[in-house]
Design a protein around this ligand. Sequence first.
Ligand code: IPM
Ligand code: MG
Length: 365
Amino acid sequence: MKIAVLPGDGIGPEIVDEAVKVLKVLDLSFELESAPVGGAAYEASGHPLPEATLDLAKAADAVLFGAVGDWKYDKLDRPLRPEQAILGLRKHLGLFANFRPAICYEQLTHASSLKPELVAGLDILIIRELTGDIYFGQPRGRRTAVDGHFPGTEEAFDTMRYSRPEIERIAHVAFQAARKRGGRVTSVDKANVLETFQFWKDVVTEVHAQYPDVQLDHMYVDNAAMQLVKAPKKFDVIVTGNMFGDILSDAAAMLTGSIGMLPSASLDKNNKGLYEPSHGSAPDIAGKGIANPLATILSAAMMLRFSLNQPQAADRIESAVSAVLSAGLRTPDIWSEGTHKVGTREMGDAVVDAIVKTTKGITKS
Ligand code: IPM
Ligand code: MG
């Protein structure tokens, strides 16, 4: 099994180091190969997604990704900006299905900005379509307006679009995922205003006919944003487009206490995937050794489960994370009075220790 390791920018390298440490202690035979991506790759070779990095990602069985981006690249032409690396990987690897679970660990109920009773036991799954929508729609650009409110002035435009097969395949992913959990899907759209999302709603409804055992409801995105902070536990699986999914998944992440806790998986049609924390590169805290590595460590667990067929190893990582939280260890983003503040490396070491301890337990019994 070959894993491409792409640390990227900002806190990316620090948190990926911890996830790699955790993978290595599992005693499975992986080959890990690293390559630069994002701003780091731009600095090294003039492009955020060098050919060699893309080739490595294509050849690997799975990709472990850190984060990309830094304000210092904001002035570059868009094709050279770090974000193009992750967008390019999603596009070239066909990673259309993005899983963003938002689980509130019992130990962190008090770290959420919402009242504990609203988030205790929260377990929702956002499935975001990842290779279509206004993110990738053409044409886009700047031009002189020929109509609208101010003809003759400069304007910018993007194209929101979804084809039937794109909606069908993500709808299947959502219904199948719901079958393995609470059996409910909420499809989030803006059908009251946008043609693209009326079509989305119609196609999701059609696909639903093949899943009579799954309950489907539809919600407008503005209402979904409100319900996420009002009564998040009412959701089971949320399926939505690329843009709405980007926004709602950040909101959902915060419900769990910190975006530093949220893993994600982006899969192609064969379940090959790229695994990354849901948070970004956080350049403001890069290099300080205080970033929370748990989202990346949990992403490595998702990788073992979804792409590498090692569900038991995934369970071991997840139990270890739960154990260190129970022991009171907290990076600053999830710290509260009475818990023990640790840095990135200490947190990673603690997860490794917890895995080693359970391994010994297994051998003994
Ligand atoms: C995410 C990020 C990306 C996105 C950026 C970095 C391009 O916000 O993965 O949610 O918008 O998809
Ligand atoms: Mg985002």
